[in-house]
Write a protein of this length. Sequence first.
Length: 636
Amino acid sequence: MPFSVCMRDCYDTCSMVSELRNGKLRVRGNPEHPVTAGFLCPKGALLPKWFHAEDRLKIPLIRTGERGSGEFREVGWDEAIKLVAEKLRGTIDEHGSESVLVYQYAGDRGVVNYAFPLRLFHYLNASTLDYGICDRAGQEALRDVYGTAVGMDPEKLRDQRLIVYWGINAFWTNLHGFMLAKRYGLEIWTVDVVRTETARRSQRFYQIKPDTDALFALAVAKVIIEEGLYDKAFVRGNVYGFEEFKNYVKTLSLEYVSRETGLSVEMVESFARDFAEKRGVIHIGYGFQRSLAGGEAVRAISILPALVGHRFGFIYDMKTIDKSYAEGAFLRTKPAGRIPQMKLAEYIERGEIKFLYIYNSNPLASLPNQNRLRRALVENDVFVVTHDIFLTDTALYSDVVLPANTFFERLDIADSYYHRYVALNEPVARLYGKSNSEVTRLLARELGIENPHLYESDEDVIRKVLEINGLSWEELKAKGFVKVPERPRKWKTPSGKIEFYSQRAMERGLSPFPEYRKFEGKYPLRLLTPTHRMTITSQYHNTYNMIDPNLYINPSDARERGICDGDAVEVFNDHGRIKTKAKITEDVPPGVVLLYKAFWVRLLGWNANFLTSDKTVEKYGNGSAYHSTWVDVRKI
C-alpha cells in the first residue's frame, strides 16, 4: 500500500498508509512512525471525506461577473493557462517584474508542492512574501536569545520530567506531541489565558491575563535566581549577560506581578521552585506571540530552560532539511522584492501589486482586517490567479481559478516543524486538478521559457533534496519515513552563548532584556481568535462542517451587557462587525472574548478576521498581531 503523509500546516506531519478500495480512499496512521505512532487526529481520520468531496474544483474558471460575485465560465486548461501567461507577460512588460507577487504559504507543506512554483517566479524576478502571519515574532525572539528558533528534538522528552505548554492548546493542535509526553510519563503544566482542553488535562494550570506572559516569566526567573535554584555551572559557562539580567529582574515586585498576571505570589513561587527542581522544558506556542507583546514574551519565556541547565530546552521550530534546491532562488538575476505578508492590502492600495498568483493559501479567510483587503481587490487594478482544490473565498475574488489536486494524487515528501522525520507521500489515485509543479511547467512552456530547471520532474527534485541532506531515497521508499540526524549545535549569537542580555535585540532598537508593556484598545474586550479543533486555519470548513461559530464570553461581561447564554449578539469594532450567538463560560477570563478563526465567509456569512487588527510588530519581523484586537459586544 502507498505511503502518505498529511501535508497540513500542523506540527505532527503524520505518516500514513493509504489505499483505494472499491473506489474509496482509506487511510490509517503508519504504526512504525516513532512520533505519530499509528493513530490520526480527528481531522486526519476524515481525510477520505475531504479527498472525495463533491465540491472539489474540476474545471478551470474565468471570472465573468463582479469580483466576489461567484460568476465564472468554465474553460479548458489550454485557454486558462494561455490567459494567465498573457497577463503575466503583459504585467511585467508594462509595470515591471516587481509588480508580480507570488502569494503562497503552508496550506500544503509538501516540499515540491510548496517550493517548486517559486522557481518560475524567481526566474521572472517577481516579488515574494516576507512571511509574518504565523510564528515570525517568536522566531526573531528566539534568535535574540539562542541565535536559532530550532529547539529540542521531542523524542528527547523521554529523558525529562516536566513539560510546560505555554500558550499552546496541544491536545488540539499537537495531539501526537501531547500523547508522546504522556507516553514518556512527563508531568504536564499549561500556561494560557483560556482554559483549553490541554489545560483541563494538565496537572497544573496557570491562567494569566493577556500580554502578561513576559512579566510572569521574568518573575519566575527572579525567584529561581534569588533562591539560588539555577544551574550555576551551566549558566557560568554558557550564558552571556547573566549578572546584568540578575540585576534587571531584582527590581521586580512579586506583588505587582500578582496584580498584573492574576496569579498569586504563591503560584509564581511554586512554579519557579518546582520548574527548577524538575528542570522543565517549555513548548512555546504560536498563538500568543501573534500580538504586540508576543516577541518580548517569547524572549522572556525562553530564558527559563537555560536557567535550569538546558542547552535548547524549548520546543518551537524544527528546521531539519535544506529545501532551497526545490525553490530554486539561484534562477533569479536580481534581488527579490520582499512584501510583508501582513501588508498585502496596503501594497495593493498603493498600486505596487498588479498581478497576484496565489497557491497553498486562502488569504481572503486567513489575513486580518478582511474588509480592507476585499475593498483593495475590488477597487484596484490587480489580476488575481488562484490555484486551489476548492472555490474558496480567495478564489471567488480571482480572475482565473485553476483546480488543484490533493496530496493523495501526487509524489512528494514533507518534513516537520516539530519532529526530525521526513516522510514520503506516494500517489494513491488521480481524480481532479493538477499539482502546483504541473501548473508551473505548463506556464513556463506557454511563456516560452527553456530553462531546464522549470521542467525537472518531481522525483528528480525529491532525490536531489534528499541527496543534499545526506538522506537515502531507498530507505525512504522502504519505510515511508527517515530520521534526519541531529548534528552538534552551538548558539548562533554574537557572543556564541545564550544571551540573557541580547546584543541582536539592541541592534533592532530594543532593550537588551525582555520588557513587559501594557496594551489597551479603543474597545473594552480583548478578542482572541485561536484555531478550531476541526479546522487548520480555513481548511476543512467546507468539508467537515464541524465548526463552532459561537462567541465565548465570561459571565461577568455577559451580565454587564444583559446577555444570556444562546442570545444573538453583534461583535464590533472599527474594522467591522459580525453577528453570532453567545456562549457564556468561565473558560475565558473577564475582559476577554473568543471566536474561532478563519471560517469561510461564503458559507458562514462572516469571519473573525472582519474584526482582527492588521497591525504588525515591526521590530519582530513585521509579525502579525491578530490577538491585539479589541471589540465590544451587544445583544441583538
